[in-house]
Design a protein. Structure first.
Length: 308
């Protein structure tokens, strides 16, 4: 008997496409019973929706959620903004705080999530975001407070540059030469995953390799990553706006996160009145299988607080 037959709530849909504002197409997939608690999963920089592991999505469905994962604009099979090239010079200028043309902002990416909920006929949802996805999820809660029932922000930051900074060791990896073949991409990904991954919860190489191959197959876009990076670099500090949120918020952050220092999680939790902070020893900047139960418990607990 298949796992889907044994657990009907964790049924995975085929990939579909929703057209949101300005004709942007967002590729998405759902898990579980549409009558369950709606849960929108928002991925981070350059990551397709498949970076939300299927087993984690199914656990969330088994916990009673109607889980929705999607490709952000400029990733996976969603709309690419090739007509708006971004140079490394633009990124450097934005990093230095100078004005540069911005193809889109985190507010626009948050609007994509709201548009996807509209497409699905969902008035409001619990929202979970990872890394840049956490920034987008926070922005959704700020810009559209009536559409977000609860917020779980994972390994993210408030937009304030004095917290959530990157480890200097990552610079040479971030500036690596562009890969041109599947083999080059997989090997580079395996190396980088070990650098930013969770030391106490290592991911099996076969799993990491399969994920990299799947990411390559969905289509890579260096220019898309540049545009998303520009959206991150030009975001405003959300600290004050986060303090006005009225929904339950949980912040999860690894104490061994080299991509977004754990100070980013602490700053996010401090900004929100009544937020719960879960700092995880041995967790880096990934979603390892060894922490699936923790993630599901944190998300479920946050949603339960909203229901109460």
């Amino acid at each position: 008997m298949s796992s889907d037959a044994a657990s009907p709530r964790s049924v995975m849909s085929e990939e579909q496409v929703a057209t949101v504002a300005d004709g942007v197409e967002i590729c998405y997939q759902t898990f579980g019973d549409p009558g369950g608690r709606p849960l929108l999963l928002v991925m981070g920089l350059g990551g397709p929706m498949t970076w939300w592991p299927v087993d984690l999505c199914r656990q969330l469905a088994d916990a009673g959620f109607f889980a929705i994962r999607h490709d952000n604009r400029d990733s996976g099979r969603s709309t690419r903004f090739h007509q708006h090239p971004v140079s490394q010079r633009d990124i450097v200028r934005a990093f230095l705080g100078r004005r540069v043309p911005v193809p889109y902002s985190l507010h626009d990416m948050a609007g994509d999530g709201i548009g996807l909920l509209d497409h699905l006929g969902i008035n409001a949802a619990h929202v979970v975001g990872v890394s840049m996805g956490g920034m987008i999820a926070q922005t959704m809660a700020i810009d559209h407070p009536d559409r977000v029932l609860s917020l779980t922000s994972i390994m993210s930051n408030t937009g304030r540059r004095t917290s959530g900074y990157q480890h200097p060791l990552l610079l040479r990896h971030m500036l690596r030469r562009r890969v041109s073949t599947l083999e080059e991409y997989v090997e580079a990904t395996l190396v980088f995953s070990k650098v930013i991954g969770s030391p106490a919860y290592p991911t099996e190489e076969a799993v990491a390799r399969a994920r990299a191959e799947e990411t390559w197959a969905r289509g890579l876009s260096d220019s898309g990553v540049n545009r998303q990076t520009l959206a991150i670099l030009t975001q405003r500090d959300r600290t004050r706006a986060l303090g006005l949120l009225k929904v339950p918020v949980t912040v999860v952050h690894g104490r061994n996160d080299r991509m977004v220092h754990s100070s980013g999680g602490r700053a996010t939790a401090r900004a929100v009145v009544g937020a719960e902070l879960i700092e995880v020893p041995g967790m880096g900047h990934d979603l390892p299988a060894g922490l699936f139960d923790l993630f599901v418990d944190a998300i479920t607990g946050t949603a339960d607080r909203a229901a109460a």
